[in-house]
Design a protein around this ligand. Structure first.
Ligand code: HEC
Length: 140
């Protein structure tokens, strides 16, 4: 097969198009956690009620800080949350709090199971995801 001018041009255009496609797949740059500050009282209340249970509070006398991420204070968030992107992912996909599991030693604790079920139900009922997404998407 011989390549004429048109087919060379087409090949070149295809190459440029695929380069461009790859470019758009590149991950968004990480948004620094500091962009989430200051935290409004409304967001603070949600973090306290729905997240701190497993990220910065004691559960039956044992401090639980899952994935080393601590939401208990603004200073702790600044220190332990790697970036905003990770939050956009887990809140956007309903991984947290909906997919959150109790720490292994407490998985059969009826009281904690009930507490976690209630936490998830209230989060849904009060539309708290929208509040968190609003907070996160405004961060730049
Ligand atoms: C019942 C315990 C529990 C609750 C409540 C909870 N988490 Fe988690 N979280 C976990 C566990 C366990 C992990 C570790 C991995 C996993 O299950 O995804 C985790 C991981 C994470 C991660 C890291 C994910 C990653 O990809 O590295 C983030 C961010 C996070 N949680 C945010 C939150 C936020 C925000 C809330 C509240 C809306 C919350 N979590 C509520 C248990 C919890």
């Amino acid at each position: 097969m011989s390549l004429n001018y048109t087919s060379i041009l087409l090949l070149a255009l295809t190459a440029v198009a695929s380069l461009h496609a790859e470019e758009t797949e590149v991950k968004e740059p990480a948004i620094p956690t500091s962009a989430l500050m200051p935290i409004t009282p409304q967001v603070r209340q949600i973090l306290d009620a729905r997240c701190v249970m497993c990220h910065g509070a004691e559960m039956k006398g044992e401090l639980i800080v899952k994935e080393d991420i601590d939401f208990s204070t603004d200073a702790a968030i600044l220190k332990t949350l790697p970036n905003v992107n990770i939050m956009l992912e887990v809140i956007g996909d309903d991984d947290m709090p909906q997919g959150a599991k109790l720490p292994r030693p407490f998985r059969k604790d009826a009281q904690l199971i009930a507490e976690l079920d209630k936490l998830k139900a209230e989060y849904e009922k009060k539309g708290e995801k929208a509040v968190l997404m609003d907070w996160l998407t405004k961060a730049k």
